[in-house]
Design a protein. Structure first.
Length: 184
């Protein structure tokens, strides 16, 4: 970056004349009364500020589940989310409506629990993109958002110990691991 160079005047042989004072040097601080523009904020060599997301949506179901914490053995949970534990049973809810999927999920999870299974896979699919571009954003995947709520509510809540997003090899964002409590 080149800086401007001022020539120094040779030493004066006569005394300086009293005259008007030179104008003050421009200050590097911005004037608080002047409105700031984007050009004032940006300096050479800086990166441009990151763009804000268009919509401020609530976190997705996988982020919500991850924020709840681990209620099962930490080692088993680590193996589960890395895809190293094989699910003992699975149900695929693709193409079902909410009215069809809810009783199927209840039947499947309660039967798996009574059979003594510990880890089951619930496949919901990622959902269809239906954003019409309106002012209110629409979420994709009705089942993907509703299944974790069903798994935490009665009658499934007492038998479910942990719900986590599935590893990519078991369905990724379109599936959930459901770790069941032991039968007594």
């Amino acid at each position: 970056m080149a800086k401007s160079i001022r020539r120094e005047a040779p030493p004066a042989t006569r005394p300086p004349e009293a005259g008007p004072a030179p104008p003050p040097a421009p200050q590097s601080l911005p004037d608080p009364d002047r409105p700031r523009s984007l050009i004032d904020i940006f300096r050479m060599g800086e990166k441009a500020p990151a763009q804000r997301p268009r919509h401020d949506l609530a976190p997705g179901p996988v982020e919500r589940l991850a924020a709840q914490g681990v209620r099962m053995d930490a080692g088993q949970h680590r193996k589960m989310v890395r895809g190293r534990l094989a699910p003992e049973a699975r149900i695929d809810l693709h193409g079902m409506t909410l009215a069809e999927a809810h009783p199927e999920l209840i039947r499947f999870v309660l039967n798996a629990h009574s059979a003594g299974l510990r880890l089951v896979l619930v496949i919901t699919g990622k959902g269809k993109v239906r954003d019409e571009g309106g002012p209110i954003p629409t979420r994709t995947g009705v089942l993907r958002h509703q299944v974790p709520r069903w798994l935490q509510a009665p009658p499934l809540g007492p038998v479910v110990l942990q719900v986590s997003g599935a590893h990519l090899k078991h369905g990724g964002e379109g599936a959930y691991y459901v770790y069941l409590r032991r039968t007594r």
